[in-house]
Design a binder for this molecule. Structure first.
Ligand code: PMP
Length: 428
């Protein structure tokens, strides 16, 4: 495949955009080479500026769960746009999407819409701090909750790719209130509670982690977090930006039957437009302005185009109960295909998967936290990535990212992908 036009565009972009990209992982730093400039996309396929067609396993990092340019979403956005693109005033549609979201997700009464996952998580933390009147939070190494200051401590995703776990610009004052624990290590969490009695406002967790590859919660881990929080008057925040409306209609709370106190959303909930949201029981949400004193706001929050896209997306997921089992079946098929061809080729690997989130780690040992995620062989990953790319398969350009499967993929696409992995395995 040729990437002449993408290379030219990257040179131009670098002159006016830092690193040529508006979000770091896109820059291919983790795998080397030139980022692909996409021109358009439909269903499971991306079409780049050089005219290549790629099967997409990133899907805008999750939102395009029903495929690119999904018609009901596109039509709703087009129709809305003709009637005005932003008002900064309430619209009926905001209530409709809120009612729908609240009906789909367990244990939430009210939801507030924002413009990104970062905003959702940052607002959730403020709400938890204001509600509990405590300052500290616990986050897990390798979990990513957006780029707000409190979270840029041993964060996954792009920060892992670039080997800079903490960002300059985050003050010590802020960093000291973020306590770090190891994912899947409940003793670690308990020790932090012991050392910080009555000071911990919230635990924020990706209930299925997706920013150090896909890492499932160990049996009993989420239950234990729930108990520790309840015993200590601490709020449990599920960051379901990746998992919400993907692993089940009601996200991980539904999948594993565990109640969080605050839930954060992003990605799928916006149908591909910039949307995030956070939600909780009424008693907690009523502390937000204008009802309560905890301030949170946004000029473009509840934007009509974004709400129209999100509403169509949620409606589609709500009305077709087969979607989640189809996603499970397709991803399981892909997983067993990859297992087979990599085993036959004597490649050392581990696959992690929950539903339609899957990741391949080039490590023989189980991957269950940030330390084990980092021990994978990055050089092999780079070859794997480029081997697939040249065969028309687009996976995330970093060993720390999850693949997001879309229902638009056909079994033919999956077979094509498995065959491409079989060929690539010969080069590893
Ligand atoms: N939380 C999680 C779990 C995420 O994966 C992400 C983004 N990948 C975020 C929060 C931040 O979302 P955004 O990039 O929309 O700000």
């Amino acid at each position: 495949m040729l990437y002449k036009r993408s290379s030219e565009l990257f040179v131009e972009a670098n002159k006016v955009i830092p690193g040529g990209v508006n979000s770091p992982v896109r820059a291919f730093k983790g795998v080397g080479g030139t980022p692909i400039f996409v021109k358009e996309a439909k269903g499971a396929y991306l079409y780049d500026e050089d005219g290549n067609r790629l099967i997409d396993y990133i899907n805008s990092w999750g939102p395009m769960i029903l495929g690119h340019a999904y018609e009901p979403v596109v039509n709703a956005v087009v129709e809305k746009a003709k009637k005005g693109t932003s008002f900064g005033m309430p619209t009926a549609l905001e209530t409709e999407i809120a009612q729908l979201a609240v009906s789909m997700v367990p244990n939430i009464d009210k939801i507030r819409f924002v413009n990104s996952g970062t905003e959702a998580c940052m607002s959730a933390i403020r709400l938890a701090r204001g509600y509990t009147k405590r300052d500290k939070i616990i986050k897990f190494s390798g979990c990513y909750h957006g780029h707000s200051d409190s979270f840029l401590i041993a964060a996954g995703s792009g920060l892992s790719t670039f080997g800079m776990p903490n960002s300059p610009g985050v003050t010590e004052g802020t960093a000291k209130d973020t306590l770090l624990a190891s994912y899947n290590d409940i003793e670690n969490v308990k020790a932090l509670f012991e050392a910080n009695k009555n000071q911990i406002a919230a635990i924020i967790v990706e209930p299925v982690a997706g920013n150090m590859g896909c890492i499932p919660p160990a049996k009993g881990f989420l239950e234990a977090l729930r108990s520790v929080c309840s015993e200590n008057g601490t709020l449990l925040i599920f960051d379901e930006v990746m998992t919400g409306f993907r692993l089940a209609k009601g996200g991980v709370q539904e999948l594993y039957g565990i109640q969080a106190d605050i839930v954060c959303f992003g990605k799928v909930i916006g149908g591909g437009l910039p949307v995030g949201a956070f939600a909780a029981r009424e008693e907690i949400m009523n502390h937000l302005a204008p009802l309560g004193p905890i301030y949170q706001a946004g000029t473009l929050s509840g934007n009509p185009l974004a709400m129209a896209a999100g509403y169509e997306m949620l409606k589609a997921l709500n009305t077709d109960p087969g979607i989640f089992s189809r996603l499970e079946e397709k991803t399981a098929y892909l997983e067993s295909g990859i297992q087979k061809v990599l085993t036959d080729a004597n490649v050392v690997f581990t696959i992690n998967r929950v539903g339609s989130m899957i990741s391949v780690h080039f490590d023989a040992n189980p991957v269950y936290d940030f330390t084990t995620a980092k021990s994978g062989d990055n050089e092999t990953f780079k070859k794997f990535f480029h081997g697939l790319l040249k065969r028309g398969i687009y996976i995330a350009p970093s060993a720390y990212e999850t693949w997001f499967i879309t229902d638009a993929l056909t079994y033919e696409d999956l077979d094509f992908t498995i065959a491409a992995i079989q060929e690539t395995a010969k080069e590893l």
